[in-house]
Design a protein around this ligand. Structure first.
Ligand code: SF4
Length: 303
């Protein structure tokens, strides 16, 4: 801003910064996926990803440092939750990634699927999304935002009551109470029935079909009985299933499912008229699964 006096510019430079975070690491996968590791002012680290596919330019952001939900297959939850990200730290992830785009391209979608349980930081998340979706912000349509949750029924109802148009994705990962308790420990407190009721309530109040995410783990939740149980749980609902073949995490004992298991899941769900897709794994070469880049970085710098 060369139209400001030099002394004022110097003072602004000394006293203010546009970004509170710093870029500690920037990886680009062969498929073009960008992954940033940002350093927060208190030294904590957070990850975010930019994915390009056809006309879509999608950012994936984190809401917490670490995660307290403890899903047994996940890198982010290994050390528990350290703190919620501020609304500014969430917005900065979007801006940092948006700034990587060439000037002729625009951000088209935002998914809240990075580190952390989104709805455990509901107030800051909604404040950040309001800023991103505002015409004074980035003007992104609310319907282009997907909020992912492990399934916290009270928070899902609170989000529905806010009347935003976000798409909700519930990380189900298991079709029965016992299996879900084993894979997603928070389920022991909340129960599968309450999660499904809250998802139904979100659909009723927003009119938006809920997506159920299902990370497939070889021999654990990809068996024939699991596909049948999942179809039974969802066939009477207007729902979509997103199958995610597992990205192995160093130090964790889970494996990627065989392609035949994924095919069987798709076949069984479609035969019961449940809408289903298989997520393409973007950026596998750069640890683009939540929490993996941060772990690798911390391992490299730890004595
Ligand atoms: S899968 Fe999501 S909710 Fe579960 S521990 Fe990882 S970040 Fe948390």
């Amino acid at each position: 801003m060369s139209d400001l006096p030099k002394a004022l510019r110097r003072q602004l430079e000394d006293d203010w910064s546009v970004f509170a975070t710093t870029v500690l690491h920037h990886d680009v996968a062969p498929d073009g996926t960008d992954k940033l590791l940002l350093g927060c002012p208190d030294g904590r680290k957070v990850e975010c990803v930019l994915m390009a596919e056809d006309d879509r330019r999608t950012v994936c952001v984190s809401t917490q440092v670490g995660c307290g939900m403890g899903c047994v297959f996940c890198a982010s939850g290994l050390k528990g939750v350290e703190r919620n990200l501020t609304r500014g730290e969430i917005v900065e992830q979007v801006l940092r990634l948006r700034n990587l785009l060439p000037s002729e391209e625009r951000l088209t979608n935002l998914v809240v699927m990075g580190m952390g349980e989104s709805l455990a930081n509901l107030d800051n998340l909604v404040a950040a999304l309001d800023r991103v979706c505002s015409p004074d912000g980035l003007g992104l349509g609310q319907r282009r935002v997907t909020v992912s949750t492990v399934g916290l029924p009270e928070k899902m109802r609170a989000l529905a009551a806010l009347g935003r148009q976000y798409h909700l994705a519930v990380s189900l990962h298991a079709p029965t109470e016992a299996l879900r308790n084993a894979l997603v420990p928070v389920n022991e407190k909340v129960g599968l029935g309450a999660v499904m009721d809250a998802a139904d309530a979100y659909f009723q109040s927003s009119g938006r079909q809920v997506t159920f995410e299902y990370v497939m783990l070889r021999g654990v939740n990809d068996r024939p009985e699991d596909s049948a149980a999942l179809a039974g749980l969802l066939e009477a609902r207007k729902a979509h299933v997103n199958l995610i073949p597992y990205n192995p995490v160093a130090g964790l004992p889970f494996e990627r499912p065989a392609p035949e298991s994924v095919d069987r899941f798709v076949r069984v769900l479609r035969s019961r008229r449940v809408s289903v897709s298989v997520r393409k794994t973007k950026g596998r070469e750069i640890d683009a699964a939540c929490g993996q880049l941060r772990r690798r970085f911390e391992a490299a710098v730890s004595p």
